[in-house]
Design a binder for this molecule. Structure first.
Ligand code: ZN
Length: 310
């Protein structure tokens, strides 16, 4: 078993080195592009932050498909690469089990979570409040989707979730229905509908898998966190636009943060929540510029540098 892992580790050593070198190349390019291009729109930021997660494994896979293998091999003629390569072969034996374990853990967690979610969903009741349902349907219509199920969980913590892989639905807790005023509730529901419309569950799963494939890479987790944080702001902006009431969304977010951590308003409105509230209240920060060219340039520079090491 160990011998097999060692051999496999030797076999995939360019991958290990590729990710180790590839992400540290892609991360500064990404951050620099975001900074220099003054990219503030959360949708564009999501795309930029996903770049270091996607590009190294993708370029590696494409190179393998096109050229059969990387130049990086122990009998390569370039001395520095030779050293890097030997190190890769050595590290590969240790890192491969970690990658395999990380991907297995990811799949296991998804299966376990889905099972739990399905049995949890069966026990939830559909919302029967006619007024709330008709508001929910109208919000869905304005979001451009058919209204999913609206379910209520018997929990005192104010929370809302969107589920969208098998059958879309929005779950709200009793605590949320009790603590939020109608306009705040509408704004939070519009946020969850936006997650469904954008198929964010799938997006999160994809990023999770990419991040699991790079388990040994500290940048991967960080980039995933940044990308998902921006995704929340995308849905906030859409909710504010659909309801036309950003202030209610801001106070709804604050109440949820307060209820979740049982904190005072001041300490609840710290960190990511504060950032989200600030962005909701002052959407003037978000420009409407198209950053496609900048993104393509960042991708091109990353690919060229990645190909240079492979
Ligand atoms: Zn959200």
């Amino acid at each position: 078993m160990f011998a097999l892992l060692r051999d496999l580790g030797q076999e995939i050593h360019p991958y290990i080195i590729y990710i180790f070198i590839g992400t540290p190349i892609a991360v500064p390019i990404t951050l620099l592009a975001v900074r220099l291009g003054r990219v503030v729109a959360p949708g564009w930021r999501t795309a930029f932050y996903a770049l270091p997660l996607v590009m190294p494994p993708l370029t590696y896979a494409v190179t393998l498909l096109l050229f059969g293998s990387c130049r990086m091999s122990v009998d390569g003629s370039l001395l520095p690469l030779n050293i890097v390569c030997r190190l890769g072969g050595y590290l590969g034996s240790f890192v491969l089990p970690l990658v395999v374990l990380s991907v297995l853990a990811f799949v296991y967690r998804i299966v376990l979570d889905s099972g739990r979610l399905i049995s949890h969903l069966r026990r939830l009741e559909e919302v029967t409040d006619a007024d709330l349902l008709s508001r929910f349907r109208e919000l869905a219509e304005r979001s451009g989707i058919t209204a999913p199920r609206l379910l209520v969980a018997q929990s005192d913590y104010p929370a809302a979730h969107a589920v969208s892989i098998i059958r879309p639905g929005v779950i709200v807790t009793r605590g949320l229905l009790d603590k939020l005023e109608a306009p705040e509730l509408d704004a939070v529901l519009a946020h969850e509908l936006s997650h469904i419309r954008r198929r964010d569950t799938l997006f999160t799963l994809m990023l999770g898998l990419l991040s699991a494939l790079q388990a040994f890479n500290p940048f991967a987790g960080l980039m995933m966190k940044l990308a998902l944080g921006e995704r929340e702001k995308v849905c906030d902006a859409e909710a504010a636009r659909i309801t036309g009431d950003p202030l209610s969304l801001a106070s709804g977010l604050l109440k949820i943060a307060q209820g979740r951590t049982l904190q005072t308003a001041e300490s609840a409105a710290a960190g990511p929540v504060a950032e989200r509230i600030a962005a909701v209240i002052d959407p003037g920060n978000y420009d409407k510029r198209n950053h496609l060219w900048l993104l393509l340039i960042a991708v091109a520079i990353t690919v060229v540098l990645l190909l240079a090491i492979c």
